[in-house]
Design a binder for this molecule. Sequence first.
Ligand SMILES: C[S@@+](CC[C@H](N)C(=O)[O-])C[C@H]1O[C@@H](n2cnc3c(N)ncnc32)[C@H](O)[C@@H]1O
Length: 277
Amino acid sequence: MPTTISNHQMRRLVVTTAANDNAAIEDEAQKLSHELNGVYVRRSGRSIKSILTTAAADRLLIVRRDRYSLHDLSGNEYQFHPNLVIVRAMNYKKTGSDHFLEAADLREGDKVIDCTVGFATEALLASLQVGETGEVVGLESVPELAVVTREGTRKYTLIQKGLEAALRRIVVLNWDYREYLARCLTSSADVVYFDPFFDETLEKSAQSIGALAAFGNRAPLDSRSILEAQRVARRSVIIKHPKSCRLPKETEDLVVREVSGRKSPVTFAVIASLRSR
Ligand SMILES: C[S@@+](CC[C@H](N)C(=O)[O-])C[C@H]1O[C@@H](n2cnc3c(N)ncnc32)[C@H](O)[C@@H]1O
């Protein structure tokens, strides 16, 4: 299993703390700036805009005791907040229905690789489903997004303690799935999941994933990665995509079923693993 960190998508990043934070947080911010190949600057009462402009940086990571946030000069802000997934998890508890979970058909003890973890929505649903004996690894190729999500899964407190425990069990790694999957052993996970950006997603869900889209990796899912995922998965590979956006022909030919709702704008395409075909 790969363990190192991929940093090749780095932009110019500065790291600071909230205005009133203490020496321990400053220390944490300095360590993070090393981890992310960024530059640490003392906050000294300055605004986000002033720090970004003075440092000629693209992105600013603010480190706080309980959460991190990522900012840019256009006013985009990414923070970890699993609001959407709480609604989905409650809904699943009530109705026993969720299109991702139906497509993934997860069992207790399963191992899942979420190749595009983002806000960890599906990763959290998967973590609930596979339980304490299972494992969910969430990959994020943009290093600063990966640390915000990683800290979120470690620190975000939820009223529903079962959901909080499932959140804590997600392992967030800063890896590009193209490199990670290539290093994984054959049949080493049960399900491999992709939720890449599609042009349609970017246009239509600006509100729900706006900040993620501003900072995220927009490279399209390539057929080589799908083939790798089919090799790594024991059972299936799932791809989330907008209904209005067809998958490339060579991928479409691999799809064994689509799971969606009549009114839902997205669908989950299920592809069999190489082993299960
Ligand atoms: C549409 S979002 C995923 C949303 C996610 N399912 C959620 O619950 O929030 C895609 C995410 O995958 C990341 N990503 C895109 N390409 C990637 C790659 N090659 N490797 C790892 N992460 C990638 C993006 O930076 C972004 O955070």
